[in-house]
Write a protein that binds this ligand. Structure first.
Ligand code: GLC
Length: 659
């Protein structure tokens, strides 16, 4: 059952698609008035949720903030990442879902100030609070997902392997990367284009020197079964010769300052203006621009810098520059002013919150009031446009900034992680929390984005990403190159990527069922084995669908690990795409060997796992008759394989075949 409690007058977010009657306040299990809510946590209570956030699957013991932020360090002590996902699932003797529908900034003190108390503080206190009661965590998630609408569904090829790097400077370099994969027999479906494909990093332009005859290049790649996926940033480059800039400026589509002037900020191209994605006309206009690339054969995009991220605010920077000029006749007053300005400039986010204005549904709002919706509405602008431009076709779309509601338009990648073992573990733990909030198409930059990776970290990361819907190797300019062929263990990495293609029938089925039924693809063990105290506390093993559990090695210099089995399972060891051995294990704790290159899948008793034949270098639609079925014991029920053409949009149970 879902109950809604309204406090104040919340700004609409369109996160919710069902209308729910308001319930009397006294029925709310939290104490509070909209500004602040409190709740006593029972000792055994687990707090799941918050989607893309730092720390554990169980969120207890820290203080988190719902403020979409470009946070490049993602350290344990961070409080926000790129998203604001305001959903919690409290699981103790009873289970309850809690969703705070508001773009306001929220502080979630989940047993930080006092271990036994959760307090939630809102900026202004205008919020719709949804409370969901249900039989168990799965039931609550299902109800919540019905409330927020069906998750985004990408094309099937987007479940293949993708290679990315910030610094692919030319078509030649891209061809070389593809060639190296194909020659080695390493499967590849997607090659991502970072900002270097653009002319001066300006959206909806092509650097024609480095990428001549772009359309023909897209076609050439397509013949090799490669989809090119360009990045799109949130800002439009300020340039009077750029027709796009002039049009948006004249039509008043940019975010404004108090005086009604376009706000100029610094992002990759230098001076930029942000389209006001909240404004319906501006959003539609921006969405239309994707046509520039879809007409060239592009069918996938990643939206970036949309929290939004700003490097400077032009007005502030100019003032500072002026002060610097006057420093040669420095007196104390100028110096103080300089110091003050410099501090302000560094606090560019703070300035942005109060200096930017948006038009939203006929009213003007300060950026602070709608900040959390910005990335969501950018991706919504693309998603809505694709419905108009390509109504029959699925387009790949994922974003960095997000908010619940955006899950209907695109997926997310988990942002600028580092090549750290700790981030491998953190990205792993985020999977179920993201799934709860409707974000099913997701994954991390495997190998790690910032800092230098190591060959074993990349391989172990691939061995985790082999299960995540988005499997993309991405790294930052200036870091060690990390395409798999750069390392001496290339053959092992290739094996893991090949296994991905064997697992596709399972992964795609589990994804589609989770999307169509509003369930989770990745679940914490506590969702399945709720009465098992040990299982409830496990943070480094996950269930995928109903059939399998994974327990990957996520530490350096380990050739295996302890694995907890809440029930009998069959450990299937794959080296590369070949099943090498299997072992039936009793419930309890076992040391399981998993040397580098070994991917172990734990198959539950009575379940089946479909596998595609070996040898595919890109995604294909296979007839069911070609699948191999691995099973453990007498099947308790048939496996529900979801299969469709992977491109069109008639989703539903009719695509399920029982195996
Ligand atoms: C941001 C993105 C990253 C991208 C870079 C350059 O940091 O998160 O993925 O490579 O910008 O575009």
């Amino acid at each position: 059952m879902i109950r809604k409690f309204r406090f104040g007058c919340p700004i609409e977010t369109d996160s919710v698609v069902l209308s729910v009657q308001e319930a009397p306040r006294e029925e709310l299990f939290l104490q509070g008035d909209g500004h602040r809510f409190q709740y006593s946590l029972a000792p055994e209570e687990i707090v799941y949720g918050l989607g893309e956030q730092v720390r554990g699957i169980n969120k207890r013991g820290w203080i988190y903030k719902s403020i979409t932020t470009d946070e490049p360090f993602h350290e344990e002590t961070a409080q926000s990442l790129y998203a604001a996902h305001n959903f919690l699932l409290l699981s103790g003797r009873e289970h309850r879902g809690l969703f705070l529908d508001t773009p306001e900034f929220i502080t979630w003190d989940i047993g930080y100030t006092r271990g036994d108390t959760m307090s939630i503080t809102l900026d202004k206190g205008n919020v719709d609070v949804y409370v969901i009661d249900g039989e168990d965590p799965d039931d609550i998630v299902r109800q919540f997902r019905r409330l927020i609408g069906r998750s985004y569904i990408p094309p099937k090829w987007a479940f293949g392997y993708g290679q990315c790097r910030w610094s692919y400077q030319s078509a030649e370099e891209v061809r070389e990367v593809v060639r190296r994969h194909r020659e080695a027999g390493t499967p590849l479906d997607m090659l991502y284009l970072d900002i270097d494909y653009m002319d001066g990093y300006a959206d909806f332009t092509i650097n024609t020197k480095a990428f001549p005859a772009f359309e023909a290049f897209v076609e050439e790649m397509r013949r090799d079964h490669i989809h090119l996926i360009p990045i799109i940033d949130a800002g439009i480059r300020v340039d009077p010769d750029n027709a796009l800039y002039s049009e948006a400026h004249e039509k008043g589509y940019f975010v404004k300052d108090e005086a009604g002037e376009d706000v100029v900020v610094g992002v990759w191209p230098g001076d930029c203006c942000f389209p006001d994605f909240l404004n319906d006309d501006a959003r539609r206009w921006f969405g239309e621009q994707y046509r520039f690339l879809t007409e060239k054969g592009i069918d996938g995009f990643w939206n970036d810098m949309n929290e939004p991220s700003v490097f400077y605010i032009r007005k502030e920077k100019d003032m500072l520059l002026k002060l610097i000029e006057s420093l040669d006749h420095v007196d104390d007053k100028v110096y103080d002013e300089f110091e003050q300005k410099q501090k302000q400039l560094l606090d560019r986010y703070g300035i942005m919150l109060d200096a930017f204005y948006h038009r939203y549904r006929g009213r003007t709002y300060k950026h602070r009031d709608v900040h959390n919706l910005f990335g969501y509405f950018m991706t919504r602008s693309a998603g809505e446009a694709f419905e108009r431009l390509e109504p029959e076709k699925r387009i790949l779309l994922f974003s960095r900034g997000s908010f619940i509601g955006m899950h209907r338009y695109g997926g997310v990648w988990q942002g600028d992680n580092n090549s750290w073992w700790d981030h491998l573990r953190m990205n792993f733990r985020m999977m179920p929390s993201l799934n709860m909030c409707g974000f099913l198409y997701t994954g991390a930059d495997c190998g790690g984005f910032s800092k230098d990776t190591t060959e074993d970290l990349l391989l172990r990361w691939l061995s985790v990403s082999v299960f995540t819907p988005l499997m993309r190797n991405h790294s930052a300019i200036g870091t060690r190159r990390q395409e798999v062929y750069r390392f001496s263990n290339e053959a092992l990495s290739r094996g893991v990527i090949k296994l991905r293609y064997r697992l596709l029938p399972y992964l795609y089925s589990e994804y589609m069922k989770a999307a169509v039924r509003g369930t989770m693809m990745f679940r914490p063990l506590g969702f399945v084995y709720g009465h098992d105290r040990i299982a409830r506390e496990i943070e480094d093993q996950l269930m995928i669908g109903e059939e399998i559990m994974i327990a990957p090695v996520m530490e350096q210099n380990r050739s295996g690990r302890m694995v907890y089995l809440p029930e009998r399972m069959r450990a299937l060891h794959f080296t590369g795409d070949k099943l090498c051995s299997s072992e039936d294990l009793e419930p309890g704790t076992h040391y399981v060997d998993m040397p580098l290159g070994d991917v172990c899948i734990f198959l539950r008793e009575g379940k089946k796992l479909p596998l595609a034949p070996e040898g595919f270098e890109y995604t294909v639609n296979l007839p069911v008759s070609e699948l191999e079925l691995l099973s453990f014991g007498e099947a308790d029920r048939p496996y529900e394989l979801y299969d469709d053409d992977g491109n069109t949009k008639e989703y539903g149970e009719e695509h399920i075949v029982l195996l």
